[in-house]
Design a protein around this ligand. Sequence first.
Ligand code: ARG
Ligand code: ASP
Length: 721
Amino acid sequence: MLQRIVKPLAIAVLLLLSQLTYATEGMWLPQLLSGLNEKEMKGMGMKINASDIYNINKGSLKDAIVSFGGFCTAEVISSQGLILTNHHCGYESIQKHSSLQNNFLQNGFWAKTASEELSNPGLFVTFIVRIDDVTKAALQDVKPGMSERDRQSAIDKRLNEIRQNARKESWQETMVKPFYEGNQYFLFVTETFNDVRLVGTPPSSIGKFGSDTDNWVWPRHTGDFSMFRIYAGKDGRPAPYSQDNVPLSPKYFLPISLKGVKQNDFTMVLGFPGRTNEYLPSEAVKLTVEALDPAKVGMRDAALEVIDGYMRKDEQIKIQYAAKYASTANAWKKWKGEMLGVKQTRGIEKRERYEATYRELLDANAEQKVKYSGVLDSLNEMYRRIRPYAQTRDYYSELVKNVELFTAGDRLISFLGEVRDKGEGQYEALRQQFLESMQSFYKNYNAQVDHDVAVKLLDIYAKGVPKQYAGTEYAQICGESNNDSRALADKIYNGSGLTSLEKLKAFVQQPYNAVVAQMWKDPGTRLIMAMRKGFVDNVSKPVSDLQNSINNLQRTYMQAQMDVMATKKRFYPDANSTLRVTYGKADGYSPRDAIHYDFYTYLDGVMEKYIPGDYEFDVPAKLIELHKNKDYGRYGVNGRMPVCFIASNHTTGGNSGSPALDAYGHLIGLNFDRTWEGTMSDINYDPSICRNIMVDIRYVLFIVDKYAGCTRLIDEMKLVK
Ligand code: ARG
Ligand code: ASP
């Protein structure tokens, strides 16, 4: 009897639960939360109001979040402008301050006093003051049937006006960005600070622990954080770097909680996600995981294998190639995870089912049918058509990126083009500039490594790119070497003027016209010119025409989805490097049969991975000591030191350094990555396996306090118990 009642009840509860966990997709606009999300967020456990997150009348959470250099996120964590971001976001700044004597990457760095904090020319942080919907004004001149180009220029004219007329203070800036594929426009009033100083960073053996092997992977044990400070003029406003500048007194800063999270606790991430494509039709998802990802991954598989082989044998090459290797490997690994994730969750079938529902609903609505009929089919058709061109484009750009001699050649071509455009009178000055910019390139260049990469990649390119797209000049050159990539590479690396800075200098020492003529004679630049010509003649034009149609259709399809599927789905705009809020729950996941991942890692796990002397898994002596003595201070929990945790917040590149907040809006962690099976979330978010990875704030504080002894920083923070 009881059983019969319990069962339906249990099913209802399960259904409810699954609905709750299903709501974690989305990167929401902070100013629209009260209408769209607040209720759900509270249902999931949030204890604050939407108006505590975004408020233009008083300090709110959004006033503690900055775009860090335009590529990452950071958050203010003290009344004196102290900000927290990832180690990998601060990496370049840390590297620039490092030398063999003072190697901050290797040893870490902690400013003992404010006067030791280090300035970083070029680095900036941007606050969001206000966000306004300006769609109506932006689109007022748009007429049906306009060409993409006319449409864009009609909009651009209005955007200029909107920006100029925007209410703002003299030191503030404005920008307008398209949302929902250009169906809506929002104005941002911003405040940018250019005096941002390095305050502290752990050594790479903590901040980058696990390096490329652990990148995109859970379980993770990385203390991926660094600290900076924002300085302002004496009036508190943005000012260029000056010794007289003072720490910023922010409108709001994040209180820090030492409580951590329990399973299923509400979590929220605020930040600046870069780019997602969540509303593609099925053909575009297929294009990505069947054609583009494999082409790019194949190229990088080969390049990385060659470079890794040399790096393991040769210390000098390791230093020269470490940063390049890491950046090449980062995207490579992400694409591999993306292909796997889409396959495992049957992402394409899921998208096709979604389209079937869309078609059914569209068919049932006479008015919408008139408006949107055929849009989805045309869009899918366009993606089928663009496939071989788009794949060629990716082969080509991967070749130019990964064969450094081609990168150099490309830069040489750009320099000559600039001379052509600006006049030969500028030749001398531009040549100086060009050669200077190439100095750092050759500092980290090894022609032998590059030759071996070229052998492999030229081969893949020859096999992957259809003849009619590669062009006749390219075919001619390959023919001269019997279509043998090794022979071709030998010829190039023996004869080209691009293999060293000295040779390049000699190459461009001649008068402008002679250099131009030489471009078709030097075996290196000749091949680049030929491939480039093939690309421009046979690929660029069709790609850009098709892309124009796609943009147009994609915009219409976006609006169509929002109208037709309104009762089935809530729509958030794709990421576009603007401030967003995403929320979810602390939770593990099960990527495969019989495999389940917990959602927390501990310092014990660091010690499990420890490989003495290894460049990825070494552990500093002091940390080993602290672990041995369980000397965790107030940051440990039951004799253990939490390190990282995961949750179902929907994040992407650019969200690195974003704060993870608890139900009260208190800082509990720092976002820095996603799990391997979930990197597909950029095109196919799936709540069952997509997780973001955060370093626990207690680990951050433990490192600052117990490991580095930099208590002055802890003292300026607001810790809540
Ligand atoms: N995968 C993360 C992101 O996309 C972290 C990258 C930095 N870490 C590394 N080992 N390369 O940015
Ligand atoms: N690691 C990424 C970043 O640097 C975050 C991600 O892709 O999840 O922004």
